[in-house]
Write a protein that binds this ligand. Sequence first.
Ligand code: 13P
Length: 340
Amino acid sequence: MSTSSELQATVEALARKGMGILAADESGPTIAKRFKAIGVESTEENRRAYRSLLLATPGLGQYISGVILYEETLGQKADDGEALPALAARLGIVPGIKVDAGKIPLALCPGDEITQGLDGLAQRLEGYKQRGARFAKWRAVYNVSDRLPSRAAVEANAEALARYAAICQEAGVVPIVEPEVLIDGDHSQARCAEVTEGVLREVFNALQRHHVALEHMLLKPSMVVSGKAHALQATPAEVATETLRVLRRTVPAAVPSINFLSGGQSPEEASANLDAMNRLGPQPWVLSFSYGRALQDPAMQAWRGHAAQGDHCQAALRKRARLNGAASQGAYTAAMESEA
Ligand code: 13P
């Protein structure tokens, strides 16, 4: 298969209507933080047990088209010895891999951050591919204030995202391009819109400069929301209108699918906001989800490290997947929250 048809096949598998992506790629420190909140120690065995449980959820493949894994998970096995990426693939869920090496402060730009991990990426991708990964993810983060992010941070992160995406496409791996404008802070929704528009404009300039085929990538943006500490919180209708205004100004129609991150929204908010967007009529792209916390939080709460709670954990994940599947078609209602 040519690289182009390989990329096309992966995009088609991921961007199926009514389905979205499960982000289960928390880094070592992040999963430790999440486990600590439920009183579970972050050992390799606990991470394996939890993530095996998620992936083996009966019926998950009905709503989840792809799963983003952390490098460690790519090499782990389910209780019966099946490799976890193979387990996902068998259930119709395309395995993917987080390939960035996390963020560090951007030198001489107080408050800004830059994502690293480009050195040796082409070689690493070969290994990930052999272990079953067909798509990748790289997350850039932007802190928001009156003066942040700086011009330098917007340009440097766009350049890194574009170089990552080009390296992935050359290797036949579909890149998920993730610019996350952080929800933390007391900024208004209007300020979030202004920053998001500037960030996306720069990201697509850089992607074009690096010859990235827009047809063979997915965008994973944050929604245009009010800062968490802002006095006025935008409603789902306002989030939908403002997010779509920004996306329509900046994201070419050639991009097949936009899969939002949840970024600190509650599971219910993330479903309601995605639903509100899909109720605003047809858009040039599929509008779906690639949630981490908004899919996993209830499942993690149900599990709390107890194998005996496995069924409850899986039921909680399946419910969020089903509700977000509905939201990705504009068919979610708050009443669905009280159904099993
Ligand atoms: P959240 O949905 O929890 O923001 O996670 C998505 C993700 O992959 C962040 O990089």
